[in-house]
Design a protein around this ligand. Sequence first.
Ligand SMILES: Nc1ncnc2c1ncn2[C@@H]1O[C@H](COP(=O)(O)OP(=O)(O)OP(=O)(O)O)[C@@H](O)[C@H]1O
Length: 457
Amino acid sequence: MIYSQEAEASLIGACLLDPSQVDVASAIVAAEDFYLTHHRAMWSAIQQLAMGDGVDVVSLHELVIDYQGEYGGLQGLVELTRNTPNPQHAKHYAEAVHDKALRRRLQISLDELGERLKVPNSELAEVIDQAQAKLAGVMGQRAGKVKPVGDWLLSWVDELDARFNGQIDPMGVLFNIPELDAKTSGMHPEDLIVLGGESGMGKTVVAAHILDSVCLRQNKPAVMFQLEMRKEQVLNRVMGSHTGIKLDALKNPQRHMDSEGWQQITAGVKVAKEAGLVIDDRPGLTPTQMRAAAKRWKEHYGELGCVIIDHAGIVQPDDKSIPREQQMAEVSKSAKILAKELSCPVILLAQINRENTKRGDKRPVMSDLRESASLEHNADMILFIYREAKHNPDCAYPGVAELIVAKQRDGEVGTVNVVCDLSRSRLLPATAENISAYHREFPPQAAPAAEPERFAV
Ligand SMILES: Nc1ncnc2c1ncn2[C@@H]1O[C@H](COP(=O)(O)OP(=O)(O)OP(=O)(O)O)[C@@H](O)[C@H]1O
């Protein structure tokens, strides 16, 4: 059978010697690429350790102790690291392991096809179809030959029928903002959603709202790569969004927390504990590292409701030698690939340049996105957050933010108003009731506000 014991062992040894290589290699190989059973078990254990306490020889030994007969126990693992030529070559070892796995799968497929060819009276066209499907499968591609629409029109009608009868839900993962969900039908698998806005406009408030909606309210695991804030700060915002508790009370409970607040927190903690919420706040992550980590979490949970990257401008490029514009293009391209690979929506936060501040109407447009060409090109949806109050604190509705759908591949563009309570990191539908409640708590500084019916939904 085709495999390389040396490449498999060197890859494991490299990751033990330099755990930073785990992410690099995980983007290339999966456990099933290893031929030897104990190596396969070791790779799964390394993934588990990389998500938790860290990768080292003793922890790995404890996790795969059932296989110690094969690898020689702790002593054998130490030996394995000693025999590893160069941990910096982990990527090459991973490529070799993956290459051998593909060859092995190809060999098995060819053997099976060879057997089928020998069956008397087998339909040749059918065997060729199977061969094409198998070969595509080996390379991880979708198989199947292209057929004219007339040949699959009936299954299309069946699907339409199922949607009509409510057997297929046309809605994706919900934003939990009814007007926005109606306009976009939610977030769909494989979508890259770019969430843009000026610094301090509230992009992270929207991101925390999405985590609350996807993870805590719809029970779908979600991963956020937070490259700017600490994970505790993000959790404060998710909790604020979920419970309505003020961020100041979370930051300084001694001064601001009351008994009602503790009750809200207790309820929120119960929900968050059960939810598959992951906040990865390691600084300086590259697209390759994020991809490896997200794939691990998907394997762990089975499916992901969404992945959020905060924010595009501070993702470290894998290749620092290429020009800045190209680096940004790589970031948005890899975010789109990630969405496809994980089959879940990926939300990429992005700052805008300051061009909008030179205009009378400061609402952002697509060309205001930094490195707009690549973001515009790769995004399936572009969503901006805009608060008039940031530029004009005396405006009539300081609590109202606009969510501007500037691009949508599969639907209409337009604006949805929301009440944006920054003190709680909370977004609510812009109903007259919610606007009035906001203005009662935070009375506008200027002349009394006009009738809130303008925003009623
Ligand atoms: N406890 C709080 N009370 C009131 N407002 C707050 C509180 N904490 C943060 N804010 C405000 O919330 C606003 C939104 O911040 P947010 O981090 O969501 O912006 P952003 O668009 O993600 O910015 P950046 O791109 O700089 O990260 C900021 O203007 C900030 O001043």
